[in-house]
Design a protein around this ligand. Structure first.
Ligand code: AMP
Length: 554
């Protein structure tokens, strides 16, 4: 009989029992003169010693404003140096950083500020088509009055702007450094000493591929250890330079990126305020980066960029692709064409800090490109069937994770927490997976993504991988839409490689010749882009809506 689909990660790698601040201070003490942070679009470079000065004065400035332990401080800004500084400064004073998606508009902003009860918000001035100042002025007409008393956001005491000269009502970021002198260094130390690593340090609103955003509340212990374990698997050291083009508001950037580097003393490099393939490629080449992170669509954009061939990317050795299904072909190309011979795949979710499975440097190539690896140290994985029973190896089940990485809960939402984490401490991810005899896991889809057509179960992931093997196809996304005759019909959205073309008929015939008839997409649509969340997840519900509207002729 086959073994059950449950595994335990290594137990011989001890967890850290430090706060974020303690881990940061240890790195500063160890490598004060090494480069800590490079922010290309701001022209900023800090050594660990210099970054520590910024962090300490920001922390004391926040204490001078009266920010107490446990209070929530929001950050609504694209990637920048102040983001990283605030992340560590809030952790040092025991505040909880609420990371807000820079693409949010005022209704979503209002929701997260109210739901988390933020007392302060730090915001950028503008980003892409978002004018943060204008949105806040509309949301908070009373902004210019002191003290701030807003009916809509009663907990909010003030807004700090990163702009050089912010409009009336906004406090300038530089004010924090100016006020730092009001707080003795000893007072900050006393505050830090009273903290415990089990306390909440961060609330991240989950990405919104499903339902209303929920505030995953994470402790120092959760995220510091996850950054540590992810970096350990990559072999990060003080000699590494990691390019982080993923957004900081999401755990890929702020945990796997920032905290991974902070614990291991590696250099954090932000190529730009938001992802673009050109800046990222240039940054890798010019900064002689050794590692690069990205969601699959970012790697696809870089692989297809004309600069990729012309720039010297030979300093790269590794990195992580994660956040969404990592197509096998894209992994192979990243290894062959971007010098990332040791690239790894990580799998996880915000609620588990995020990473729970990861491929390792010693896994053979085939497993490294086709699976999300094995259970990370100090964690457990099991795959369960509909009745909660553990399925046999090779069978599909819902992936569940248990261990140090599981969030404290959803902020102020005990019912949602109870639905997600069961009485035995297992986080139910909603992802469907298969585990092989060696414990390697393949993600085959999300529970609700599964298409049931005429009684046949179809896993979009399988079909997407297949479509990728067509030479003209750069990216494929598959969803099901309602259909009277079959219950559901398959829809494929396809992005073609630049310079390639294929007709719907030709692609459809190509499929028919190779896969079972019930898996052949009924509708094929060629697109330039997919509806995405900022963290690189395709919003399949949007694809469904748009396809249905198009077919109905709206
Ligand atoms: P988030 O909480 O925004 O990080 O989203 C978590 C979800 O992203 C997971 O539940 C998965 O559906 C998906 N995901 C993350 N990493 C991977 C991966 N390597 N392969 C497939 N799906 C992934």
């Amino acid at each position: 009989m086959s073994q059950p689909s449950s595994t335990q990660g290594r137990q011989d790698v001890p967890l850290l029992d430090q706060t974020l601040g303690q881990a940061f201070d240890a790195t500063v003490a160890r490598w004060p003169e090494r480069e800590a942070l490079v922010v290309r679009h701001q022209g900023l470079r800090y050594r660990w010693r210099e970054l520590a000065e910024q962090v300490e004065s920001t922390a004391r400035g926040l204490m001078a404003l009266g920010v107490a332990p446990g209070e929530r401080v929001g950050i609504w800004a694209p990637n920048c140096a102040q983001w990283c500084i605030l992340q560590i400064a809030t952790a040092k004073i025991g505040a909880i950083l609420v990371t807000i998606n820079p693409a949010y508009r005022s209704a979503e902003l209002e929701y997260v500020l109210r739901q988390s009860g933020c007392s302060w918000l730090v915001c950028a001035d503008a980003f892409k088509s978002s004018d943060y100042h204008a949105m806040l002025q509309t949301l908070l007409p009373e902004l210019a009055s002191h003290p701030l008393a807003s009916e809509r956001l009663p907990d909010l005491r003030g807004v700090i702007s990163l702009a050089t000269t912010p409009p009336a009502g906004f406090l300038p970021w530089t004010m924090l450094a100016e006020r730092a002198g009001q707080i003795e260094v000893a007072a900050l130390r006393a505050r830090e000493c009273a903290l415990h690593d089990d306390q909440a340090v961060n609330i991240q609103y989950t990405s919104g591929t499903t339902g209303a955003p929920k505030g995953a509340t994470l402790s120092h212990h959760n995220i510091l250890n996850n950054g540590y374990m992810v970096g350990r698997s990559l072999g990060l050291s003080e000699h590494d330079r990691l390019v982080i083009p993923v957004p900081l508001y999401h755990c890929f950037g702020m945990v796997m990126g920032n905290l991974g580097c902070i614990v291991h003393g590696s250099t954090m490099i932000y190529p730009n305020d938001a992802f673009d393939p050109e800046h990222t490629l240039r940054t890798v080449a010019e900064e002689r980066a050794t590692l690069l992170y990205g969601v699959p669509t970012m790697f696809i954009a870089m692989l297809d960029h004309p600069l990729r061939d012309r720039l010297d990317l030979s300093s790269l050795r590794s990195g992580i692709m994660a956040g969404a299904t990592c197509p096998i072909e894209v992994m192979r190309r990243v290894i062959e064409q971007m010098h990332m011979a040791q690239v790894q795949i990580a799998y996880g979710m915000t609620e588990t800090s995020p990473v729970s499975l990861q491929t390792g440097p010693n896994d053979d190539l085939e497993l490294r490109v086709t699976t999300v690896g094995r259970t990370q140290p100090q964690l457990e994985t099991k795959l369960v069937g509909e009745q909660g029973e553990i399925v046999a190896r090779g069978e599909i089940g819902e992936l569940c994770t248990r261990g140090y990485s599981v969030m404290l809960g959803y902020w102020n939402d005990p019912e949602a927490t109870e639905r997600a984490i069961d009485a035995d401490g297992w986080m139910h991810t909603g992802d469907l997976a298969v585990m092989d005899e060696q414990g390697y896991v393949r993600i085959v889809g999300r529970n609700k993504d599964m298409i049931i057509r005429g009684g046949e179960n179809i896993y979009p992931r399988e079909l997407e991988e297949f479509l990728h093997t067509h030479p003209a196809v750069a990216e494929a996304q598959v969803v099901g839409i309602p259909c009277e005759r079959f219950g559901e019909q398959i829809v494929a959205w396809i992005k073609l490689h630049p310079g390639h073309s294929v007709t719907v008929e030709a692609l459809s015939d190509w499929c028919k010749a190779r896969i079972a008839h019930f898996k052949v997409p009924r509708h094929i649509r060629f697109v330039d882009e997919f509806p995405m969340t900022v963290t690189g997840k395709v919003q399949k519900f949007r694809m469904r809506e748009l396809t249905i509207a198009q077919l109905e002729g709206h």
